[in-house]
Design a protein around this ligand. Structure first.
Ligand code: SAH
Length: 246
């Protein structure tokens, strides 16, 4: 007896919509998302879609009608609740564009709750394009199955970050100059990881960090990693030890 094919099929497009979904919602999709569905994926009326809104979870819908540049979706049922994401923040000194995009995409896939750009003395990127990073986050969530988007915070200078730091959150300072092996550090959630820019941290910054009660200095092996390698590796380690990979 051939197994009945799963519904919706694995190839069903999955999209974030910034509008509250629900049984009676009739979301209208336009702009680039509509172009992608109608012209790239050549979806037609009756085709299934998976939509999530970062509020109510994920819903299965079907295209109710479609114009040239927009389409309306009829909601069929809720497929998933908005998941609880492990309470881990990535605080990172922005690095050059392509590598920065990579950090954002991988940190989202790996399950971070919040992305906090931190401007340090040797940060060479002078501004962070929030809307570009938001688009990166959404695309990564659509691909990896998240229904809860990580929050993208406004860039902040390191001293300000430390001054306002929540006392109950461990800040794992990935220090290229040394520190305890990651696995030996107590860092149950709520936790955060901090990585520096291409030029690393200055002695001043290191002193500021090591004087802070919430900071734990962690080493990521004997080699100098690129900032993005350090960010992604430490998130993976944390997820395996304290996150939702167990
Ligand atoms: N240019 C600096 C290295 C900066 S690497 C130098 O040559 O010393 C960029 C960031 O990645 C660092 O600030 C740190 O946060 C992280 N990092 C790189 N290698 C690391 C290691 N072995 N242990 C901990 N963190 C590391």
């Amino acid at each position: 007896m051939p197994a009945t094919p799963a519904w919706p099929p694995a190839s069903t497009p999955r999209l974030f919509v910034d509008q509250l979904l629900g049984p009676d919602a009739a979301p209208v999709i336009d702009g680039p998302a509509a172009h992608y569905l109608l012209n790239v994926m050549r979806q037609r009326v009756g085709a299934p879609l998976l939509l999530f809104d970062n509020r109510s979870g994920e819903w299965l819908g079907t295209i109710a009608d479609a114009g040239k540049r927009s389409l309306t979706v009829r909601i069929e049922k809720q497929t998933r609740a908005r998941e609880a994401v492990p309470d881990l923040w990535l605080c990172f000194a922005p690095v050059k564009k392509a590598r920065l995009d990579w950090i954002i995409e991988k940190a989202t896939e790996l399950g971070v709750a919040r992305l906090q750009p931190v401007i340090t003395e040797r940060t060479i990127v002078d501004r962070v394009k929030g809307e570009r990073l938001e688009a990166q986050i959404i695309e990564a969530c659509e691909q990896c199955g998240r229904t809860a988007l990580p929050e993208l915070a406004e860039p902040v200078k390191l001293p300000h970050l430390l001054k306002a730091w929540p006392a109950d959150r461990a800040l794992l300072f990935a220090d290229e100059d040394g520190g305890a092996p990651f696995a030996t550090i107590a860092a149950a959630p709520p936790a955060a990881i901090l990585t520096g820019p291409e030029g690393g941290f200055t002695p001043n910054e290191r002193a500021l960090l090591l004087a802070h009660a919430a900071v734990r200095r962690v080493a990521l092996g004997p080699r100098i990693l690129r900032a993005e390698t350090a960010a992604i590796t430490s998130i993976g380690l944390w997820m395996g030890l304290h996150g939702d990979w167990r």
